[in-house]
Design a protein around this ligand. Structure first.
Ligand SMILES: [Zn+2]
Length: 171
């Protein structure tokens, strides 16, 4: 974990983000420190836009290009990881430990799972390859939306005997 909540850079005066950045080989400029303050204060997921607005709320002048460059640098130095939901929907995660996510399509919230799936017994790998890693994002929606319009083959669709129920019964 990189975020400072449980790290060693917390003193009586608060987290020492400059020390945290330096420990990861990042020169602590005022803009990088501002990004660190809004993203690395605890385990959280923020888009580049969200980081920018939070930095601006701190009365720091910063461009989106600078935010992207800083996030790219933080990622390269192991300060954040990146979770891609789909092209154009990317979150930066201050929890750099391997973990899976739930993504709520209704709220846009990305939630850490309590564990991580493994490839063992799930997928046969292509011949001549070995796994480097796996990050799963499970898409979820609110109960209200699910009850109103269950996706094809979903548990609710099967229980209610809707037309979406698959006709093939596994042996
Ligand atoms: Zn996460």
């Amino acid at each position: 974990m990189v975020y400072v909540e449980k790290g060693s850079d917390v003193s009586d005066t608060g987290p020492d983000y400059a020390a945290l950045l330096q420990r990861h080989g990042v020169r602590p400029t005022s803009q990088r420190l501002a990004v660190a303050r809004v993203l690395l204060d605890k385990a959280r997921h923020l888009s580049a836009d969200q980081v920018m607005w939070r930095v601006k709320r701190e009365r720091q002048c910063v461009s989106l290009a600078t935010i992207y460059n800083t996030l790219k640098l933080f990622r390269r130095r192991g300060l954040v990881s990146m979770v891609v939901i789909e092209p154009g929907k990317v979150y930066y995660d201050s929890n750099t430990e391997p973990h899976d996510h739930f993504y709520n399509e209704d709220t846009g919230e990305l939630i850490d799972s309590s564990g991580q799936m493994t490839l063992r017994g799930v997928y046969p790998l292509p011949v001549g390859t070995k796994p480097l890693g796996m990050n799963v994002v499970v898409r979820v929606c609110s109960h209200a939306r699910f009850r109103k319009n269950p996706p094809e083959g979903s548990e609710t669709a099967l229980l209610e005997g809707s037309e979406a129920a698959p006709t093939h019964v596994p042996e």
